[in-house]
Design a protein around this ligand. Structure first.
Ligand code: CP
Length: 304
């Protein structure tokens, strides 16, 4: 398995075997998180869009491994504010680092950055397109809680149109024979390109508007936030922002093995009374992000 110097832009850049290799490496980092393998390395973290988990878990991953991290948390504090192009930013920062982690609001920007960059790029989210490292930590969390990635029933809820994490996760789980259940308002349905992906994999998907109907079908209940920042019309956001709110009592009919995942941040789509339910796994899911990102960095730098 050789992921050395390979950018990760879309989860489809990796084969099933390569995905499983990263998850196996991540298990090793969960057992021993403070391996000093990045002592001579500098990672750049360029966040043109807000983030808590992705940015800080990458920083944490690098620092636990003894590496250094440089970068910015907002385009406002970089020379982009003065009009510098993405190409010039990437060419400059590649002089200062061995690997670049980038989040950018424009779909396709990460792919473009990888085409101009002399160092590998990890896409930390590009617009509504892809969030492959979130996908890897979601897969890690699913395997950890279900004991397998094969043939699971996943119910995805909320903003399936603009939510990039669900797009990446459908593509990845299609490699493992999942059944997909999509719960969304009419205006936020899963894009047809993603549904075509499922059909091409000869798998099934089912669409619902009623969350209660779908919950008993889930091994994984994957809640998502309605992405207000991506709506062209704020009035349209107002109409759907509270479409689905999960409450503890709604989990009474859930399967024994079922876990609730959410990429976070949540706004109000999961009530706080769910947090103490043993089925709630979303904060533990966020913790898994550190191990998975350690594994990814180590693999791309050729250290594991
Ligand atoms: N899940 C996720 O991408 O969270 P942040 O936006 O806080 O990084």
């Amino acid at each position: 398995m050789n992921l050395r110097n390979r950018s990760l832009i879309s989860i489809t850049d990796y084969s099933k075997e390569e995905i499983l290799h990263i998850l196996d490496l991540a298990e090793g980092f969960e057992k021993d998180q403070r391996q000093q393998i990045l002592n001579k390395y500098v990672i750049a973290s360029l966040f043109f869009e807000p983030s808590t988990r992705t940015r800080l878990s990458f920083e944490s991953a690098v620092q636990y491994l003894g590496g250094s991290i440089v970068g910015f948390a907002s385009a406002d504090t970089s020379s982009v504010k003065k009009g510098e192009t993405l190409k010039d930013t990437i060419l400059t920062v590649s002089n200062y680092s061995d690997l670049i982690v980038m989040r950018n609001p424009l779909d396709g920007s990460a792919r473009y950055a990888s085409e101009v960059s002399p160092v590998p790029i990890i896409n930390a989210g590009d617009g509504a397109n892809q969030h492959p490292t979130q996908c890897l930590l979601d897969l890690y969390s699913i395997r950890k809680t279900q004991g397998t990635l094969e043939n699971i029933d996943i119910v995805m809820v909320g903003d399936l149109k603009y939510g990039r994490t669900v797009h990446s996760l459908v593509q990845a789980l299609s490699l493992f024979g999942a059944s997909f259940h999509f719960v969304s308002p009419e205006s936020l349905k899963m894009p047809s390109s993603v549904k075509t992906w499922i059909k091409n994999a000869k798998l099934e998907y089912y669409q619902y508007t009623d969350l209660s109907e779908a919950i008993p079908k889930a091994d994984i209940l994957y809640m998502t936030r309605v992405q207000g920042e991506r709506f062209p019309d704020p009035l349209e956001y107002e109409k759907v922002k509270n479409a689905y709110i999960l409450e503890n009592s709604m989990l009474d009919n859930a399967r024994e093995n079922m876990k609730v995942l959410h990429p976070l941040p949540r706004v109000n789509e999961i009530k706080e009374d769910v947090d103490d339910n043993p089925k709630a796994y979303y904060f533990r899911q966020a913790k898994n992000g550190v191990y998975v990102r350690q594994a990814l960095i180590a693999a791309i730098l050729g250290l594991k």
